[in-house]
Design a protein around this ligand. Structure first.
Ligand SMILES: Cc1ncc(COP(=O)(O)O)c(C=O)c1O
Length: 420
């Protein structure tokens, strides 16, 4: 069924442990998550202090120090982190933000709420990420920013993107949900542009209790995120009290979530190192199977903090399509293996095409300057990539070398029995 047609039998999407609950197989499942040994101690401090312990402030300082940035602003998730950033930038309705097409809805929710227009740049062929080459033709007089997503943990080639943005006076910022502590040419994801947004969703690399944050070195931006994104745009007026001088939000991380995030931060280094080691080993094994192409890891990546494992199939080499290939791989024991066609935002966000076709605000002119159209066809490389890409988000720090060998054996067995 096409996502453009409403499905009367469609069920509500599930998230976190509930989303992975049905997945069974011979390989590890990230749930139950490994929790840092100090979690109970920090939670106890929050409770014993009668909610006066500044656990959020402690987590923010610790995460900022880990990344070597001036500011960390903790939020309830990455969706609100990016929404706070979108609001803080204060662009005008109808302004365009160029964004990665293969991502989660959380990347664009804030853009839509602020009545900006998401413009999806295609990916490079064979890659889940956009690049300076795919962004450049989309820059117009209404473009204000570029929002990159480091999909699966593969970091976008940021130097050419930053150079291009500088030439046109555009802001660049990063959705680092899938790339926690990944490194590009020695520099950490989240420190490669104006700001970075993170998710500490239970299923993510630093799995906590659905938290997130923004990091930045920009003092003014940090203050604006706190003011608009957390203090609800309110200023204290003498002899009056709170005056809401701008339309603001209350995206504040709860203290108990900060306690768990702090404990998780203490164990994340080794977990990321293990993810990096295991994905490189798994990719090496997968690359030995004819017709199977692991996701290329660019040479500029010192650390691949891989959240999601995956590979592409060369369809002409097999008698079955990718969907059936993925089904068999899942059945053989890789929990949750499947296609991720729904990551193609121009196809999955059906409300965008409906609004654009009806010229509903902000697609009316003004504030928009032109017409827009949203469908899979607008990003042909991304569409083609997702048609043959099989992924599993159950890949995690629990993988050992033996697990990688088992996963590769499963893929090889499915490949051999279905050769064309
Ligand atoms: C790339 C990306 N961006 C944004 C989000 C949203 O993050 P959160 O669930 O913390 O709101 C996700 C979560 O799946 C994601 O993978």
């Amino acid at each position: 069924m096409s996502p453009q047609q409403p499905n009367p039998t469609g069920t509500r999407a599930l998230y976190g442990a509930a989303a992975l609950a049905g997945h069974k197989g011979a390989l590890p499942n990230p749930f139950p998550r490994t929790i840092g040994p100090n979690a109970m101690k920090y939670l106890q401090e929050v409770v014993d202090s009668g909610l006066t312990a500044d656990m959020v402030g402690r987590f923010e300082r610790a995460f900022a120090d880990k990344l070597g940035v001036k500011h960390c602003i903790a939020t309830p998730g990455c969706t609100p982190a990016l929404a706070a950033l979108a609001a803080a930038f204060n662009f005008a309705p109808g302004d365009e933000i160029i964004v990665s097409p293969i991502t989660d809805y959380g990347t664009i929710q804030g853009l839509c709420s602020e009545n900006y227009i998401p413009v999806f740049a295609d990916t490079d062929p064979g890659s889940p990420n956009l690049s300076a080459a795919t962004i450049e033709p989309l820059i117009t007089d209404r473009t204000r920013a570029i929002l990159v997503v480091h999909k699966t943990g593969i970091i976008c080639d940021m130097d050419p993107i930053n150079d291009l943005a500088a030439k046109h006076g555009l802001i660049v910022y990063e959705d680092c949900c899938q790339a926690v502590l990944g490194r590009y040419k020695g520099r950490l994801a989240g420190t490669l542009a104006k700001a970075g947004a993170f998710s500490f969703d239970p299923e993510k690399t630093m799995g906590s209790d659905t938290g997130g944050c923004v990091v930045t070195d920009d003092d003014e931006l940090a203050e604006r995120i706190r003011f608009i994104g957390q203090s609800r745009g309110a200023q204290m007026v003498p002899h009056f009290g709170r005056a809401h001088v701008e339309r603001g939000y209350a995206y504040r991380m709860p203290q108990c979530t900060a306690a768990i995030c702090l404990a998780q931060l203490e164990i994340v280094d080794e977990q990321v190192a293990q993810r990096d080691r295991m994905i490189r080993y798994l990719n090496k094994l997968l690359a030995e199977i004819p017709g199977i192409r692991p996701l290329p890891i660019p040479d500029y990546m010192d650390v691949y903090s891989c959240w999601m494992a995956g590979f592409s199939i060369e369809p002409q080499q097999f008698r079955i399509d990718a969907e059936e290939f993925a089904r068999q791989v899942a059945e053989e024991g890789i929990p949750g293996a499947g296609l991720g066609k729904y990551y193609l935002m121009p196809a999955a966000c059906t409300f965008l095409q409906r609004q654009a076709a009806a010229k509903e605000y902000p697609f009316s002119t003004p504030p928009a300057s032109r017409s827009y159209s949203y469908s899979a066809e607008t990003c042909p490389n991304a569409k083609a990539f997702l048609e043959n890409f099989i992924r599993w988000s159950t890949f995690c720090e629990k993988y050992t070398a033996a697990d990688c060998e088992r996963a590769a054996e499963i893929v090889r067995a499915v490949a051999e029995r279905n050769r064309a």
